[in-house]
Design a protein around this ligand. Sequence first.
Ligand code: HXC
Length: 536
Amino acid sequence: GGGEERANGRHAPSGPPSPPARSMSLLRERQRGLRGRIAAGSRGAVDRQRALGKRTARERLELLLDEGSFTEIDMYRRHQAHGLKVGEQRPHTDGVVAGSGTIEGRRVFVYAQDFTIFGGSLGQAHASKIHKVMDLAIATGAPLIGLNDSGGARIQEGVMALDGYGGIFRRNVQASGVIPQISVILGPCAGGAAYSPALADFTFMVRDTARMYLTGPDVVEAVSGQRVTHDELGGAEVHGGRSGVATFVHDDEESALEDVRYLVSLLPSNNLEPPPSEPPRQAGTDHRPGFAEIVPVEPNKPYDMRSVVAELVDDGEFLELQEDWARNVVCALARVDGEVVGLVGNQPMVLAGVLDVAASQKAARFVRFCDAFGIPLVTLVDVPGFLPGTDQEHAGIIRHGAKLLYAYCEATVPRIQVILRKAYGGAYIVMDSRSIGSDLSLAWPTNEIAVMGAEGAVNVIFRKELAAAADPEELRSELVAEYSEQLMHPHYAAERGLVDDVIDPAETRAAVARGLAMLRNKRQTPPQRKHGNIPL
Ligand code: HXC
């Protein structure tokens, strides 16, 4: 009818305008209809997404955000590309749903890639929508949450897709330490696309559906002849347990998104805001005999440091990071007396709680995150030392251990060290000793702080005497007793000010709560510099 209308217009200029086309109610209705169709997506593709065990982008956002809080931007965005069949189809949203909403009433910015449109692949329009929400998140100081489910760079858009990724990475880095960044992997996340989650603070993966790798199984086979499945190469188990790429691994999308909400509830919106506290619990007077029941008095008997964490924090509730990777160190977020804290603890249950390459990397990144976002650090020390051996030395334990040392030395947030049983050598220094800037060091009466264990020390210091002795074993045990008495008694460090107080284990929660209160207004300004040169 367009031609007819034009003809009418030309021949009857004074006639009535065509009211239906200009009626507000019709425009509104059309608009509503279009929005509904865009939101509903293509039936077949949505069915396919479900058959893959995945939810749609919009369903995911509904699970993530407070009900009715989502405001979408750029719903009508379409790509402007031509050629290679892609020009034939220009679906709205361009394969990503972007905008903002709230989690427990607090503002967040989000994008959710939509695998039902071009496999969620990233072209120019898609990328610029992500750039837009990232810019808004940075400008308003609100967390950014990306839900990834994508075939990667949209092949038909060539280098413009790569340019789009570059823009995301640059913004990830600009936002680093300014707003919390969370990546949730709910499908493929391959090639360079994996670098955005790698630059974020936290990465969630879902078993069976999530996969991350720089080059997929086909390329691996072509290059090396090795046949490997998607899951073996980069599934959630691999990244949760072996590579350390995933911070959290979940069985399904619901529990992953639920935990994202929990994580956000523990984080400040940006680096200028304090972490969200809850009303205090009068923890400063808590008496908890449980501590002494969890930790055996024998220095080498294993126990689960997570039980100590549970005893220490409010309601026994904490969020552990990377629980299946570098399990010899425990990193967790929780509250003590209503205040958010970051906990780092040696885990005597795994490798006797030694520090190694992976544990150093894990704890270092966590310490830096907490420091960047003003989250006080509580370090629970029970460490026999660094793991000896060629494997570790050749893997660069010097370089990696230095990361943890650097991270603590640099941290200006309130820092409390609690030494439970033992703290030896370099590992004692690294685990937030007073010498590297801890504000408050507490020790249990079981503490053994020393350069090395008594046996090792005696063998070194008295090598000649032991070699010449008629009964070396008897002499050795005498010397071990002497060394222990002189250098390893529980007050040795306290007498020298390296420990501020020796506390009854039952008072641990109370002492930490009082310490946090004491340090609340800590301010420390690092010297002006472009940035340090952390060993990487
Ligand atoms: C354009 C893509 C696409 C892509 C998928 N599609 N990936 N379109 N560019 N990268 C389209 C498919 O053509 C298909 O369209 C639809 O999405 C669904 O894909 P399927 O293959 O049918 O799905 P599935 O079998 O589940 O396999 C998913 C997949 C596979 C494993 C992700 O699609 C795949 O391997 N895609 C290519 C991955 C890739 O090589 N990406 C580039 C990586 S390089 P129709 O119309 O048929 O429904 C990269 C560099 C980034 O990302 C660098 C940044 C610095």
